[in-house]
Design a protein around this ligand. Structure first.
Ligand code: XUL
Length: 624
């Protein structure tokens, strides 16, 4: 998920909240594709200040664009230098040290947590733990880690979530488990190229010696947790958060106790049972209680930034899970991020995997091995990720609307169902998979269909021809309706049938975030097609551009409560956050603003289009 970028990306920002000098503070970090962000919060979850390191701008010598580098043309490889991540910590530390606002007093921080880009992985060389213990707070991390002759990382790069280089390995994963549906049942997702399991496998095949020389494999989230505990005898490579482990195609959700899937471990490791066991050791333990304290902040941080030796760290999670934590959704509420990619997050009490979307353990859910969860608890969340989100809409705007959003929006509205006719059908439908899509997996190309006057069926067309020349383009409405019908179709699978009792039970509310959430036409179309109100929260982390790092700080606050307040050891995350919020204001839906309400007539018209669109999607996939 791409969050709206911090205004200038680099300088300290602050809210009007001032905190008394003795009040405890909580820190959330977010190591994402383009930046490392830090949000500092009070114990009542108010934002004190934020800082960010933008990779392209602050670390230009790594040559990244949008935080990434690309492999040879056609390879599908997308990655970033692992040393850039290390250096980003050094830059952040400098920004904290030199900040003049007086707000970054690290001695007041009681607990730290973090978020990291999902799926991406970091490879530690044998001996890395020893090096982490030796770090001294009198200088930058980069110099100290690079001066170790034996090295710290066994792989120079961090494969990025945009990578699509592992098609062969994905086929191997699905074949090994009995097909895409079976793999989805076992791991929560069919095989995806960006998922960590296929990524590890490709690397092991290409560089077996480096794989062999690897002590541990971290996700970006557990890499950050590890860095936070670096320095001193207690430093260790930290375990992977369970929610984030679900983005690996390796974590088995099909049994109540859950765990690594041994068949898949063995496949990746490419050898006998012992090779699978060796990979299991490389992956390390999985943290099944997200609000557990995993250790004290490392002596490196104590010495370098004045953290208290009592400051603690809890497991970092993925960036999407962390964003989810900043919202605290009720069942049947969803979160949509309309950014570079479009992402829809839908928490549910039940596990209902399907090859059409991803299922993850909820980032605030403590794994007790009890599958008979209460219907009121969100124990899982479902995720739809589309690579062809805002960028694809922008490409259409530029090509057909002279770079104008106003013209684009007008053209989208021209494609809304007309209220005068009972039998309405859109003139055009189409699919714009400009880059290989995630949903449907690996869908490619542009596929356009037109419905001629009086015809019963949509016909494949090269372009919308004559209609186009009449002025307003048909492409904006076609792309937007297709993107949103895809949401509607998949939401139906997530919530319907054996999920909630009735297939017609839809979402109660969608919260919108991300750059395009300011587009009223897009939100109204979303509301009409999916069939529920679209809202935003105007307070707290959910209202900030940095919901992800703030969600991580909420988690730190929760972990600290559990660790220090007698009687609150088992308090649930959502109850805890709600209780803090209700202390601030009198209950109700305070802080929620409705941005769009569905128009029932238009919704019914779209419901009739849905099966036709679903059939066309199948035709487009077959190239028909
Ligand atoms: C989620 C995904 C992206 C990344 C962005 O599956 O691939 O949203 O998490 O960092």
């Amino acid at each position: 998920m791409t969050q709206a970028t911090h205004a200038n990306g680099v300088s300290a920002s602050s809210s009007s909240v001032s905190s008394s000098t003795s009040e405890p503070l909580f820190l959330g970090l977010d190591l994402s594709t383009q930046s490392l962000k830090a949000s500092l919060l009070t114990s009542s979850l108010h934002l004190v200040s934020e800082l960010a390191v933008n990779f392209d701008r602050d670390l230009p010598h790594h040559g990244t664009k949008g935080g990434v580098l690309h492999g040879p043309s056609g390879s599908g490889q997308v990655y970033s230098p692992v040393w850039m991540a290390v250096e980003a910590f050094d830059v952040l530390i400098e920004k904290i040290k030199t900040d003049q606002s007086g707000k970054w007093d690290m001695s007041r921080v009681r607990c730290v947590s973090a978020a990291g880009q999902q799926h991406a992985s970091v490879y530690w060389k044998k001996g890395a733990t020893r090096v982490l213990k030796q770090l001294k707070g009198d200088g930058p991390l980069l110099a100290q880690l690079q001066e170790k002759k034996e090295g710290v990382f066994s792989r120079d790069v961090v494969p990025n979530w945009q990578d699509s280089s592992t098609t062969k390995q994905c086929q191997g994963f699905e074949a090994h488990i009995g097909g895409p549906d079976e793999l989805a049942k076992v791991t929560g997702s069919r095989a995806y190229e960006r998922f960590t399991g296929p990524q590890i496998m490709r690397w092991r095949e290409e560089d077996p010696a480096a794989y062999e020389g690897t002590e541990r494999i971290s996700l970006v989230s557990s890499f950050v947790t590890t860095m936070l505990t670096a320095g001193g005898q207690e430093a260790e490579i930290q375990g992977i958060d369970e929610s984030d482990a679900c983005g690996m195609n390796l974590w088995d959700l099909s049994t109540p106790s859950r765990g690594w899937n041994t068949k898949l471990l063995q496949l990746i490791a490419g050898g006998p049972e012992s090779a699978g066991k060796d990979l299991e050791a490389k992956l390390g333990k999985v943290e099944t209680d997200p609000g557990k304290i995993v250790g004290k902040i490392g002596t490196y941080w104590q010495e370098r930034l004045g953290f208290s030796p009592d400051c603690v760290v809890c497991p970092a999670t993925g960036d999407n899970p962390a964003t989810l934590m900043s919202f605290v959704l009720s069942p049947k509420e969803a979160l949509v991020s309309l950014g570079t990619s479009d992402t829809l997050l839908i928490p549910t009490p039940f596990l209902k995997p399907d090859r059409g979307y991803h299922v993850f353990v909820h980032p605030a859910s403590v794994n007790t091995g009890n599958t008979n969860a209460s219907a009121a608890e969100n124990n899982f969340f479902n995720m739809l990720v589309y690579k062809n989100g805002s960028l694809a809409r922008e490409a259409i705007r530029d090509e057909y609307c002279g770079h104008s959003w106003d013209r684009f929006d007008e053209a989208v509205r021209a494609g809304w169902p007309s209220s005068s006719s009972e039998e309405w059908s859109p003139k055009t439908l189409g699919f714009y998979w400009k880059v290989p899509e995630i949903i449907p997996a690996n869908a490619k190309g542009t596929h356009l269909y037109g419905l001629s006057q009086g015809a019963a069926q949509y016909e494949r067309v090269q372009d919308f021809g004559e209609e186009e020349s009449r002025g307003s383009s048909l492409h904006p409405a076609t792309i937007v309706t297709s993107q949103l019908l895809s949401f509607r179709s998949r939401v139906g699978s997530i919530l319907g049938q054996d999920g909630y009792s009735s297939a017609s039970e839809g979402l109660a509310r969608i919260y919108a975030s991300g750059g395009a959430s300011s587009n009223g036409t897009l939100l109204q179309t979303l509301s009409d097609i999916v069939g529920c109100a679209v809202c935003k929260m105007d307070e707290g982390a959910a209202a900030s551009g940095n919901a992800c790092s703030m969600g991580a700080a909420y988690k730190a606050r929760w972990a600290w409560e559990r660790a220090t307040v007698p009687g609150n050891e088992q308090i649930g995350f959502e109850d805890f956050v709600k209780s803090l919020r209700s202390k601030e204001r009198a209950g109700g839906d305070g802080g929620v603003k409705v941005l769009a309400e569905k128009d029932e007539k238009r919704h019914q018209a779209w419901e009739k289009v849905l099966p036709v669109w679903e059939e066309l999607e199948q035709r487009a996939l077959k190239g028909e």
